[in-house]
Design a protein around this ligand. Sequence first.
Ligand code: ADE
Length: 231
Amino acid sequence: MPLHFNILTLFPNMFPGCLGASLAGKALERGDWSFSCTNIRDFGEGVHKCVDDTPYGGGAGMVMRADVLEKALLSTNDSGSRRIYLSPRGQQLKQPLVKELAASPSLTLLCGRYEGVDERFLQAHEFEEISIGDYVLSGGEPAALILMDACIRLLDGVMGNVNTADNESFGSGANGLLEYPHYTRPAVWTDANGSEHGVPEVLTSGNHAKIDEWRAEQSKIITKVRRPDLL
Ligand code: ADE
């Protein structure tokens, strides 16, 4: 099913950005997904097309106005669309949520700038907040692109012949573990310092049961060391 992204932003030229290249770009050309950008600035107030104002209660930064944002939102056709505000305050984006989002027909993505947006707008129009991680970006646009990329690669046909079962977990390892290490030719690689590096013997044994076992073990070890929280 094609997926539509209805994007509200002050920087429409950031889209499709990196998603215009590679597999996502080809999928866009095929019509597997589509997007539209609404420039919030077009709905700004006065000759200066003002979209923000100082926060009630004082403090640093500017807040995007509810009335401006509402005009921008209502100018779009977002019926049946899940409404998402990209914000470091939101629920963290993880693969199960990505799967859920990728199954929606349409996502409305609000990209904020400045200190934030008027809370009343988010509540009145039932936006859910999603964060891509515990760090602060200068705006929601890169976060929207990341969310979009994670959804697009799950759409039917986008990843070509890559095993779709891999999409069930994250890191494409089995059962939500991190992925085992990969190797390809040459079998012995000599690095720039003259050191030789071989490949784990089991991988060239042709014994697929043993290879599966080794990979599962490696996944467990790497997960235990790097992300014990996943176990
Ligand atoms: N906007 C700024 N920082 C963000 C983050 N970490 N996730 C989503 N949107 C953001």
